[in-house]
Design a protein around this ligand. Structure first.
Ligand code: NDP
Length: 533
């Protein structure tokens, strides 16, 4: 059962999204993408609250984080055997800032010979140094990496926002601290493997080939490297083409922490070349992949019958379920965090809002009011809530799916906001009147687009939430503890958040099933994925 709500459809995007009609739009003045105030009565352009009718509006002076803390090199090599080296055939490509389309640096594109070399040195380092080393010694290195990540956190955060497009607030407060936390957490396990519940003599698997995506470049590197290293494996990491820079800075940190050469290797370059060669390499014993379901399936086919261990963390279409007894203001914050955190480029994003019919109008109205206060623009501005979409292909995919939503009859709404003319931008968008058959209710959009559906009973909420090929995450908002437990048992999702969303912790296993993949990262389970048990 779906309902329709009074809405306004933007006529064109990207570019200027036309202002809202109705009370919210009339009452709100917003900063533009560069952080300059628009429609403010304050000539100084400072923080101003103006009251028109019932709604206060705020304008913010720009508060950019300094770029100067990052020393960008004009070109970057591959990190193999403890040193930065040129690729064998000298190929390179450019990585750009998605917020401005400015080229940030040239990065080596690894070929087959480079992957061969990286796997070979990783194998040697595993057999001769890292595998035989005591867990307590390995732990010292991991603690050191964690501490250096903390020491260089500002540099990492700025670089992440430059290369990925995410707001500095998120890279500073989420990505970088969680990356350090993963190293700290798994450093703690390194000398306690025999007490982890995997038998008295748990052994490392060998060499891990790890392919990671662009949405959390540093954090994904930490999620992959820390448990693998704690368990005594060595690693060859392939970052996403569009976001190689923080993985390379992490390689520099690994050098700084004096890890033995060959224990961690980073090969940048195209997935179809370097990624495919890495995964298929006979010297790789374990493949860990995070990315699209499509590529995940290809990898699974490619290594079938080889005896390699595999974990896949793929897409999602999570339901964020709000019952009528939920604390609504909190729930609205949770909805916003669920889908607009990291521009919605999150595998576990709460991209489907399932709201109980009796409160649907109220929730959608409050949600729109809240969205009208989101600031979209310069990722390095500390006041920015939504940054740039990571790359042109992803923007195109979001546009295509949003257009399909309209074409299939859903009603589109975005708050009034001005998008920068350069770079890859998409306004926060809400679709109401969504039916379960719509593409926007079924396919992963991986952008700041929310599809709103309604339900009447808990059983209907469960049926709708589970009506997806994915099974990664879900959220439940209600005051009733018994209902939370019942829902958690019914929902076919690897992670269920109660009265919260998008909460991550290194101690907590994360992963899905069905087309969201298999295996767990984080916690004791994440350690098990790198042990031969
Ligand atoms: P991909 O799955 O293509 O990319 C993820 C990683 O895999 C990248 O490092 C990529 O390299 C690499 N890769 C690509 N092809 C191969 C291959 N044949 N063999 C080995 N490695 C390969 O995701 P996209 O970046 O194309 O994004 C497409 C969609 O995937 C998104 O719209 C989103 O729906 C989903 N996605 C899900 C993520 C998640 O967290 N689960 C993360 C990112 C995307 P390269 O960058 O060079 O292509």
């Amino acid at each position: 059962m779906t309902k329709s709500y009074p809405t306004h459809k933007p006529e064109a995007e990207p570019g200027t999204v036309p202002p809202l009609q109705g009370d919210v739009a009339e009452e709100i003045s917003r900063p533009d993408a560069s952080g300059q105030s628009r429609g403010s009565d304050d000539p100084a352009g400072g923080l101003v609250a103006t009251r028109r009718g019932e709604q206060a509006s705020f304008t913010y002076a720009p508060a950019p984080e300094s770029r100067s803390i990052v020393h960008l090199q004009s070109s970057y090599g591959l990190f193999i055997d403890g040193a930065f080296v040129e690729p064998a055939d000298g190929n390179a490509y450019k990585t750009e800032n998605p917020a401005t389309e400015e080229v940030l640096a040239e990065v080596a594109a690894a070929g087959l010979a480079d992957v061969d070399r990286a796997v070979e040195v990783a194998g040697r380092a595993q057999r001769e140094v890292w595998g035989p080393m005591s867990g307590a010694e390995r732990a010292k290195y991991l603690f050191r990496v964690a501490r250096i990540i903390q020491e260089r956190s500002r540099e990492l955060a700025v670089l992440e926002s430059l290369d990925n497009g995410k707001p500095i607030r998120e890279s500073r407060d989420v990505d970088v601290p969680l990356a350090a936390a993963h190293f700290f957490y798994y450093a703690g396990w390194a000398d306690k493997l025999e007490y982890a519940g995997f038998g008295p003599h748990p052994a490392p698997i060998g060499v891990a080939g790890q392919v990671i995506p662009w949405n959390f470049p540093l954090m994904m590197a930490a999620w992959k490297l820390a448990p693998a290293l704690a368990a005594g494996n060595t690693c060859v990491l392939k970052p996403a083409s569009t976001t190689p820079l923080t993985a390379l800075l992490l390689a520099e940190i690994i050098q700084q922490a004096d890890l033995p050469p060959g224990v961690v290797n980073v090969v940048t370059g195209a997935g179809s070349v370097a990624g495919a060669a890495l995964v298929a390499h006979p010297g790789i014993d374990k493949v860990a992949f995070t990315g699209s379901t499509e590529v995940g399936k290809d990898l699974q086919r490619a290594i079938a019958g080889t005896g390699k261990h595999l974990t896949l963390e793929l897409g999602g279409k999570a339901a964020n379920i709000v019952f009528e007894d939920a604390p609504l203001d909190q729930a609205v914050e949770g909805i916003v965090n669920g889908i607009f955190f990291n521009q919605g480029e999150v595998c576990c994003a709460g991209s489907r809002l399932l709201v109980q019919e009796s409160i649907a109008d109220t929730v959608v109205e409050r949600l729109k009011r809240r969205l009208a206060t989101l600031r979209v623009g310069d990722p390095l501005d500390k006041n920015t809530d939504l940054g740039a979409i990571n790359n042109a292909a992803q923007l195109e995919k979001i546009r295509e799916l949003a257009a399909a939503g309209e074409a299939e009859g859903a009603v589109r709404w975005s708050p009034s906001c001005t998008l920068p003319s350069k770079g890859y931008w998409f306004a926060p968008t809400v679709f109401t009147n969504v039916s379960q058959a719509h593409r926007i209710a079924q396919e992963e959009i991986f952008g700041p687009v929310l599809s709103v559906l309604t339900f009447r009973t808990p059983q209907e909420a469960v049926a709708k939430a589970n009506n997806t090929v994915y099974g990664l995450s879900a959220g439940v908002w209600t005051e009733k503890g018994s209902r939370i437990l019942w829902m958690a048992g019914q929902l076919r999702a690897g992670v269920v958040w109660a009265n919260s969303f998008n909460r991550f912790d290194p101690t907590s296993p994360f992963g899905g099933y069905r087309e969201s993949g298999f295996g767990r990262e984080g916690g004791r389970q994440g350690l098990g994925a790198y042990l031969d048990v």
